[in-house]
Design a protein around this ligand. Structure first.
Ligand code: B12
Length: 268
């Protein structure tokens, strides 16, 4: 195991302001942690037989921005985070390749348009599962991966490398508190109220709603990750009082701010 290369990589990721990272062993996909599981052609070594480590990086979504969803503000932040994820992962893969370890990154999403997902609702590789194996979090009832620092308000991407790096392991405690807020607040009732992998949302309902928002330039939705109480970001932004998301909540100032932002930049 190349400890020195890992130290070099960690320093590099920290200098690139990447707050979440972990390394998964590509062979663990072969021992499903739950059922149903994905077909084997989705495993890292089916995509890149030479792969010895899967590096997963995560960038946060700022809580006060996703609170305005659906809005041009969250839409723009989503695009910024997506670009940074892909660019950071690309740079890390070039860095490793230059050091003699064949590496490449997987795009943070991997679909051409929201319409494509109607007939083919999967991407060729799942970053949530990679992040789970890399010890970054656990699955919640909202179908997302919850992290300690940012709850589910994190987007991920992965780098496949031939470098033999020390591997991380899944967390042993569950982060989801099963508060059901994501289920109650989903605007299209796409979440059935079950634990993952039964948490599997009605993908088509969610996709259709996001398609509508996309036609108004204010996608994605993201309410299920906005209302999750998990994450140290709640303390940082003074948002531990979850009643702020209820109509009768005390914070009229916040509701006015969200309404203001929502009134601009999108199609009515
Ligand atoms: C397609 C997609 C969507 C679609 C479909 C929803 C979905 N969750 O699948 C739409 C557009 C609706 C969508 C919505 C959202 N998304 Co999305 N999405 C993706 C994408 C591109 C692929 C997901 C995928 O194919 N996973 C692969 C399969 C393996 O996962 P799975 O369906 O859970 O599979 C299980 C079972 O289906 C089973 N299985 C049984 N039989 C079969 C058969 C086959 C063929 C397969 C593959 C699996 C399978 O195996 C699995 C495990 O047991 C990923 C990015 C990526 N490439 O990973 C982002 C991603 C999952 N989305 C993300 C986010 C944040 C969202 C939204 C919150 C929107 C937003 N950005 O604000 C919502 C949340 C919806 C929700 N509650 O799940 C993040 C999640 C981050 C996190 N913290 O977990 C990701 C990882 C993007 C990223 N780069 O960070 N998304």
């Amino acid at each position: 195991m190349n400890e020195k290369l890992k130290d070099d990589l960690v320093r590099r990721m920290e200098s690139m302001d990447i707050p979440l990272y972990g390394i998964a062993d590509p062979s663990v996909w072969e021992s499903p942690p739950f059922e149903p599981w994905m077909p084997s052609d989705f495993y890292p070594r089916s995509i890149y037989p030479e792969c010895r480590s899967v590096i997963v990086i995560g960038l946060p979504i700022s809580l006060p921005v996703i609170e305005t969803t659906p809005s041009i503000h969250y839409h723009e932040m989503y695009k910024t985070v997506n670009q940074l994820l892909d660019q950071s992962a690309y740079r890390l893969s070039v860095h490793l390749s230059e050091k003699g370890h064949g590496s490449f990154y997987i795009p943070r999403d991997g679909y051409g348009s929201i319409g494509v997902l109607k007939d083919q609702p999967f991407a060729f590789f799942s970053h949530r599962h990679a992040a789970y194996f890399a010890g970054l979090g656990t699955f919640g009832m909202n179908n997302a991966l919850l992290t300690r620092k940012y709850g589910p308000r994190v987007r991920f991407t992965s780098i496949f490398t031939t470098a033999e790096l020390p591997h991380d392991h899944p967390l042993d405690s569950q982060l989801c508190t099963r508060c059901f807020r994501c289920i109650k607040k989903c605007p299209v009732q796409a979440l059935p109220g079950k634990d993952y992998p039964e948490a599997l949302l009605d993908k088509e309902k969610c996709r259709l709603y996001n398609e509508k928002l996309s036609n108004r330039y204010i996608h994605p939705c993201g309410v299920c990750i906005k209302v999750c109480p998990v994450g140290e970001d709640r303390k940082l932004f003074n948002r531990t009082d979850m009643s702020i998301y209820e109509a009768e909540g005390q914070r009229k100032d916040l509701r006015a701010a969200w309404k203001h932002v929502q009134a601009y930049g999108g199609k009515k």
